[in-house]
Design a protein around this ligand. Structure first.
Ligand code: JA5
Length: 257
């Protein structure tokens, strides 16, 4: 996979050189380039922003540096001359909400481009113009405000990058995790079995693997109904077995349908 990130703060993306994503880049599993938007300005002050038409607070990112930056990444894209257009992700609190399903979808793409806005955002005409060269997707991490797209890009690149073939050594660790079955993860414990007067749940030392699986599933259901009742509502009834329904009933959760 190829990823390009355009930002006025390229140093903000430095963590993508570390850990799993940094290793994937070193191993040639992921080609990731960060571009400084100011390199695509043509005035002596390297201006990227201007005042908003119609008035209002703050500044808006000027369209021309964005068009030049995005053209420069598509000119070297192998996807634009084949079947699929590259995907342009624009972090925005006004976008569709990022989730694991979208991460899996983006992990299938050949070329992702992330456009990091700052100030009050990017001139809307850039997004309209981009539709001719990209599949454009404004994407939000959730209902809160950030000062720009960079932190959202760090999260999305990590979530997508770890799904690429070969990036995670043991692919088993990708299947048993939060959200892959629509439930939160079960709690985990390690040695010592007793720590500061706190013992781990006895069932985990029983050697009874069926009982352990049931305990973990019940913990997933308990946590999810407590912390994320919205996820319980969205569970397919077919994803729950008889024991799951009994657990939910004992938790006082009424799964209608
Ligand atoms: C702010 C110019 O999902 C939370 C987000 C907040 C935020 C995002 S994503 N992008 C921007 C931005 O501000 O570009």
């Amino acid at each position: 996979m190829r990823i390009d990130v355009v930002s006025i703060f390229p140093e903000y993306l430095a963590p993508l050189e570390l850990s799993l994503i940094g290793k994937a880049r070193q191993d040639g599993l992921l080609s990731l380039q960060v571009h400084d938007l100011r390199e695509f300005t043509t005035d002596r002050h390297r201006t990227v922003d201007d005042t908003p038409y119609g008035g209002g607070a703050g500044m808006v990112m000027k369209p021309e540096p964005w068009a030049l930056a995005l053209e420069s990444v598509t000119e070297t894209s192998t996807t634009s001359d084949s079947a699929a257009l590259p995907t342009l992700i624009v972090p925005s609190p006004a976008g569709e909400v990022f989730n694991q399903k979208l991460a899996y979808e983006l992990a299938e793409e050949e070329h992702l481009v992330f456009a990091c806005g700052r100030y009050e955002g990017i001139d809307e005409r850039v997004l309209e113009w981009s539709e001719e060269h990209f599949r454009v997707r404004p994407v939000s991490l959730g209902d809160y405000v950030l000062n720009g797209g960079e932190v959202a890009v760090l999260a999305m690149v990590e979530a997508v990058g770890r799904l690429l073939p070969g990036v995670i050594g043991n692919p088993d660790s990708l299947v048993e995790e939060s959200h892959s079955d629509g439930l939160l993860e079960y709690p985990v414990y390690t040695k010592p079995s007793s720590w500061r007067e706190r013992d781990i749940p006895a069932v985990l030392l029983s050697g009874n693997h069926a009982k352990i699986a049931r305990f973990r599933r019940d913990e997933q259901l308990r946590r999810t109904s407590e912390r994320r009742p919205d996820l319980i509502d969205r569970l397919e009834i077919g994803a729950l077995n008889k024991a799951d329904l009994e657990t939910l009933h004992s938790l006082g959760v009424d799964k209608d349908q």
